[in-house]
Design a protein around this ligand. Structure first.
Ligand SMILES: *Cc1c(COP(=O)(O)O)cnc(C)c1O
Length: 378
């Protein structure tokens, strides 16, 4: 059998969730959209279910997959519903929904539900992707608060540049958010932070709305003091462009590994692979690994991209093919057919590999394909 495989370490996932929850300062929705960033949404949600405050997904299809697998915890639809007809399923499966546009408020007002809904009202504080404008927010909030179809409300926003620690933009967005909230006649439960904000922007964490008894009472009913929304960090990847002390505490969840399936002895000046991108500078051994871009390995990874050969640092040599890639074995005299090669995991961090390849850890993890996934620590 082809030796390419991904191993998913669920202990590491739980470790990272606990860290995210602690640093987030309140409750935390584990973001498991896009099949848990390529890690397997059902396996990840089951591993976290005993301790996670809830889960977040991009769309109802992803939520239904979790419900069908028996996950009963709260699940938030981060983009809300795409059409009003989804409200019936949202009601039936007890899902939480974001409201990001005025038409969704009206759809809820017209819906016949078996029980009131938990609604997260999204403010566009400056990213200009989804969310109600500051001018729309207050009216929508008050209207939702008055509807019998609505149980609890959480105020949320999303940062565009929290991964840029030298940008003033995150603080500006947080200020827009608190200004808009200050115009309400209550202090709502708030949700601002993705992974980069949890790790890099402790100053923007919402303060608990505990200064008035009525607010404190309602905030308990609406899920506590505040909610973080960690995604990438759950999977152990660093969201920043450079090293970060908080991110160093994360443990990688996914390890992608394969084996050498051939070893070539080449003279100096011999081309390797498509386009002869790599030419041997001296007589050397080249190893062929069963891993390629059809598995999700970046096709345009440059020569020198780190790999780990039998636990020791190695490097890519030659263009990545669909099913295979080639590595320099000059520092690895014992490497032979069957020697294990790690493409990313604890020895080659996904964010480090992504940086070499001009992509992101997000794209790398979500792009995993074709190979079997093995689960550890269930
Ligand atoms: C995907 C997503 C997150 C998680 O972001 P990470 O950067 O992966 O932590 C949080 N909030 C919203 C609205 C999202 O869409």
């Amino acid at each position: 059998m082809r030796p390419a495989r991904a191993l998913i370490d669920l202990q590491a996932l739980r470790h990272n969730y606990r860290l995210a929850r602690r640093l987030g300062g309140g409750r935390a929705l584990a973001v498991v959209k896009a099949d848990a960033y390529g890690h397997g949404a059902v396996a990840c949600a089951r591993a976290l279910e005993a301790e996670a405050d809830g889960f977040a997904v991009a769309a109802i299809e992803e939520a239904l997959e979790l419900r069908e697998a028996g996950i009963t915890a709260p699940i938030l639809l981060l983009e809300g519903f795409f059409e009003a007809a989804e409200l019936e399923l949202i009601d039936r499966h007890r899902l939480w929904t974001v409201v990001q546009a005025p038409w969704q408020v009206e759809a809820i007002a017209r819906a016949r539900l078996s029980a009131p809904l938990q609604v997260w009202v999204k403010l566009d504080s400056g990213m200009h992707r989804l969310g109600l404008s500051p001018a729309e927010f207050t009216g929508a909030w008050r209207r939702l608060r008055a509807l019998p179809q609505v149980a609890g409300l959480v105020a949320m926003t999303h940062f565009a540049r929290a991964d840029e620690l030298d940008s003033s933009r995150t603080a500006e967005q947080a200020a827009v958010f608190s200004d808009v909230l200050a115009g309400l006649d209550e202090r709502p439960v708030a949700s601002l932070c993705n992974s980069a904000a949890i790790l890099g922007w402790p100053a923007v964490l919402p303060t608990p709305p505990a200064d008035r008894d009525a607010d404190a009472e309602r905030s308990r009913e609406e899920g506590g003091t505040s909610w973080a929304r960690p995604g990438l960090m759950l999977y152990g990847a660093n969201p920043f462009a450079g090293p970060h002390a908080g991110a160093d505490l994360l443990r990688p969840v996914m390890t992608v590994e394969s084996k050498l399936i051939a070893v070539r002895e080449l003279a100096a000046g011999e081309p390797v692979g498509y386009g002869a991108r790599y030419v041997t500078p001296m007589p050397m051994r080249i190893g062929v690994v069963a891993m390629g871009y059809a598995d999700g390995y970046p096709q345009f990874a440059p020569d020198g991209t780190p790999v780990s050969i039998d636990g020791r640092p190695g490097r890519l040599a030659g263009r990545v093919s669909m099913d295979m890639l080639t590595v320099d074995l000059s520092g690895h005299p014992d490497a032979t057919v069957g020697t294990p090669v790690q493409l990313w995991g604890d020895r080659v961090r996904a964010d480090e590999l992504a940086r070499h390849c001009g992509t992101s850890a997000y794209e790398l993890l979500c792009g995993l394909k074709r190979m079997p996934r093995g689960i550890r620590g269930a």
